[in-house]
Design a protein around this ligand. Structure first.
Ligand code: NDP
Ligand code: KPL
Length: 309
């Protein structure tokens, strides 16, 4: 019997990865709130994806129905929902539970470790472009999604490899990483730069790149984030940085960040976690971050008008 897996949040990320795991026959339960539970009961969980659409009736519960510890908790709520979610899934955390957070940014690692104890918290990150549509369907766009996790401070590599086997499912790549903190920084540099490009300019990467000065703007945003990563002890490898520059200056890609997609719908954004925290770490190292500062201000002003979280 495989591990008991609790997916916290059946949104764009949790719905996709958890849905694919459930389809593969893993022992998956979704922890959701009453509104999403009603939707899942009425319509099931529907995935729309270039890798194949799917519809399933997953096991889904609310916090008061948790029946004890789970082996793995895949945390896929937005950063602004983290505090309430921790209260909700606490009853599923036992002595041997491993929590894999898929939130963007880094700050949540400390928050989770403080609440549940350092050894339970793995590092995690995912690459996927997906959203929940108005009907509650999980719509995945683009390439094969990737789920990466690992011990934050070394540890039993074989246990992580076993976990990789246990979570692997068709429809995404599963990676067990020996350098997960660097992986998370790489992703954060990409995401904060992408957030600055798309949210400040209210446009896709290609639209910005095609405008005069757009290429230089994207490169300057990346340089700010990369300097902060380096000063924090996590410099990006040359090839990784070049890849981010290539992606964010491409005139061909319709890529946007999930934060921009949220912003376009008037929904709350993860400004504090994705941009604000990067700005603060830049300040701590006396790194000037004019583009990130402007993005942060812009998003803070936006948040005053956004729908409440
Ligand atoms: N979408 C993407 O392309 C990517 C997103 N990410 C990151 O992944 C994380 C999740 O993002 P995403 O999936 O897009 O967000 P969504 O808003 O699509 O999904 C989050 C889900 O969490 C649920 N939720 C919130 N609080 C609780 C709770 N206490 N208990 C149970 N469920 C809860 C919400 O349900 P409810 O209906 O009740 O509000 C919602 O369905 C974010 O940090 C994001 O930055 C990373 C890579 C790509
Ligand atoms: C970088 C990207 C687009 C891909 O996963 C992402 O993480 C996000 O939009 O939140």
């Amino acid at each position: 019997m495989g591990p008991r897996i609790l997916i916290v949040g059946a949104g764009a990320v949790g719905g996709y990865f958890g849905g694919r795991m459930a389809l593969a026959g893993h022992d998956v339960t979704f922890l959701v709130r009453p509104g999403r539970l009603a939707q899942l009961r009425a319509d099931g969980l529907r995935l729309v994806s270039p890798l194949g659409d799917a519809a399933l009736a997953p096991r889904a519960i609310t916090a008061d129905e948790i029946d004890g510890p789970h082996d793995v908790i895949l945390l896929s709520v937005k950063a602004y929902s983290l505090a309430a979610a921790m209260d909700d899934f606490a009853a599923a955390v036992g002595p041997d539970t491993r929590i894999i957070p898929l939130l963007n940014g880094m700050r949540h690692l400390d928050v989770l470790a403080e609440r549940f104890g350092d050894p339970k918290i793995l590092g995690g990150t995912c690459l996927i472009v997906s959203k929940l549509d108005a009907a509650g369907q999980v719509v995945h766009m683009g390439a094969l999604p990737k789920l990466t996790f690992g011990e934050r401070r070394g540890g039993d590599a074989s246990a992580i490899r076993d976990l990789k086997e246990a979570l692997s499912s068709p429809g995404f790549e599963t990676v067990s990483s020996g350098r997960i903190i660097q992986d998370m920084w790489n992703k954060w540099v990409l995401l904060a730069s992408l957030g600055a490009v798309c949210c400040l300019m209210r446009a896709t990467v290609a639209e910005v790149a095609a405008a005069p000065g757009g290429d230089e703007f994207a490169r300057a945003a990346i340089a700010e984030c990369a300097s902060i990563a380096a000063a924090s002890g996590h410099p990006l490898a040359e090839g990784t940085l070049e890849g981010i520059v290539r992606l964010l200056t491409s005139r061909e890609t319709p890529l946007t960040s999930s934060m921009f997609r949220d912003l376009s719908q008037g929904a709350p954004v993860e400004a504090a976690q994705i941009i604000g925290d990067m700005v603060q770490r830049g300040r701590a190292h006396q790194i000037a971050t004019p583009i990130l500062d402007l993005t942060n201000l812009n998003l803070n002003v936006y948040e005053r008008h956004a729908r409440p979280a």
